[in-house]
Design a protein around this ligand. Structure first.
Ligand SMILES: *Cc1c(COP(=O)(O)O)cnc(C)c1O
Length: 466
């Protein structure tokens, strides 16, 4: 394809995208294909000769599209949202047309400086004080890895990267059992070993880590000759929205001199609404905070904002400067590749800039508030319906429930969930709460309406036979 052919296909692609979105409500939310069906429809060997774009496009529509789960479907109530506002799709189109590598200031000064600006917009939007500096990472998993590496280096007085970990005391990191698996991965990759991730018991309806148990675990580790390095707290855990008492965690961290990271990958988007900020009170004392505009807010994947109280610690951990990356004569500029694990960087700031400007914070707040209200309404309706139990009450727009219609509750709810997702009108996922299989509901799709959430009630109660 040359750029003249691109012109025509680009127009078709825009029409296709708008039609696709207009027709989403008529598609089943979760792909309804059997495992292997798509694979077996694809040729075993690559083509030797060029194929016509029309043929490629036809296969995309006919072979691949039936195998897609529609994350932008208004009745996607599974996992967490991965919203892509139309304006952010447009921004990504420009980004991929320019296709710049934005690793250093000089490899695209505008990309770096826009990133500085929009990160500061996000910082203000979520109510973090102006001592925090932001960077856009590819994912919350990467931000958490960065935080764990920084904890490690800081605890080892910046010798870990050089000397390795052998011969060092055991480094210890603390979190609750409710944190995302990206924390386990970060601990593995940083070479700390899962045995050194200390799980602090949780308590209360918010499933927050017990600060006294945290203090005791650190004291016991010090007595055993281990080296406490940091604490990872969460606001809005993935399973059921567990949220630590950040202020209580910070009291311990400050007394112990430990580095702190707060994972608010999903719930952080809600902090653009001041009334929800009590959920993470104390966050202004953290060293590192992550939230994903690529989840609820509508900046399509990938766009993670990572805020640091002292970015020097992160840069000291990750910066590497061979001659070919030096920017002679341009001192005082920020090279964001020194703030993240990969060297290459996409121009991610553009979609956040487009999004915030096109919707305004007020427009985004209205979406979040609607989702929270609708989820609470649905939970209340289900709770009032014979045979349903709300297992965890709504944390923002997320709650869990089960149906009490059989002896074997876990199997019964697994079966109900399968029937709901095979039906296709809505899509839900599951989790376990204190060992019990429960169904998770979250409202968060960019285009969801109150009617879409009401349909969830109809589908759930109809298929449960109530
Ligand atoms: C989604 C999620 C993550 C992982 O986010 P990625 O950007 O996909 O790495 C981490 N923590 C929490 C609480 C999440 O909800």
């Amino acid at each position: 394809m040359n750029w003249e052919e691109f012109r025509a296909w680009g127009r078709r692609a825009a029409d296709w995208a708008a039609d696709y979105h207009a027709g989403l409500r008529n598609r089943p939310v979760r792909a309804q294909v059997a495992p292997g069906a798509v694979l077996s429809a694809l040729p075993d060997a690559p083509p030797e000769g060029a194929e016509a774009m029309q043929a490629i496009f036809d296969d995309f529509e006919q072979t691949l599209m039936p195998g897609m789960t529609h994350w932008q479907h208004p009745r996607f109530f599974a996992y967490f949202p991965a919203n892509a506002a139309p304006v952010s799709v447009l921004a990504e189109y420009f980004v991929s047309a320019i296709a710049a590598q934005c690793m250093l200031w000089q490899t695209s000064p505008a990309a770096t400086e826009l990133e500085t600006r929009v990160c500061d917009w996000m910082r203000q939007a979520i109510g973090l004080p102006d001592g925090f500096t932001g960077v856009i990472q590819d994912s919350a998993s990467s931000a958490t890895l960065c935080a764990v590496l920084t904890m490690r280096e800081r605890a080892l007085e910046w010798q870990g990267n050089r000397a390795g970990l052998s011969g060092q005391p055991r480094l210890r990191v603390y979190c609750s059992a409710e944190v995302h698996t990206s924390v386990d991965r970060a601990i593995w990759i940083a070479g700390l070993g899962e045995e050194n991730l200390v799980r602090i018991p949780t308590q209360g309806a918010t499933r927050a880590m017990d600060a006294e148990a945290l203090r005791a675990a650190i004291a016991a580790d010090r007595a055993a000759g281990h080296l406490p390095a940091g604490i990872i707290a969460c606001t809005g855990g993935t399973s059921a929205g567990a949220s630590d008492d950040i202020a209580a965690v910070m009291d311990v961290a400050e007394a112990e001199g430990l580095y702190t990271h707060v994972d608010a990958a999903w719930a952080g988007s809600a902090m653009i609404c001041p009334e929800f900020r009590s959920l993470w009170a104390g966050v202004e004392r953290a060293d590192s905070v992550v939230m994903n505009p690529h989840k609820w807010l509508g900046a399509q994947f990938d766009c993670t904002t990572h805020f640091l109280r002292n970015p020097d610690d992160l840069v000291r951990t990750l910066a590497i400067q061979p001659e070919y990356l030096k920017t002679h004569g341009a001192d005082g500029v920020v090279n964001y590749s020194e703030w993240s694990v990969p060297l290459g960087r996409r121009f991610r700031a553009l979609k956040l800039w487009f999004l915030i400007r096109a919707h305004g914070l007020e427009g985004l707040r209205e979406m979040i508030r609607n989702h929270v209200t609708w989820a609470q309404d649905l939970a209340a309706r289900l709770e009032a319906t014979e045979g349903f139990e709300i297992v965890t009450q709504p944390m923002l727009s997320l709650f869990t429930f089960r149906h009490l219609g059989a002896e074997e509750l876990d199997a019964h709810n697994q079966d109900l969930l399968n029937r709901i997702n095979d039906d296709g009108r809505i899509y839900l996922t599951q989790t376990r709460i204190d060992g019990a299989f429960v169904i998770r509901f979250q409202a968060g799709a960019f285009t969801a309406t109150a009617e879409d959430v009401a349909m969830a009630y109809d589908v759930i109660t109809e298929l449960a036979g109530t």
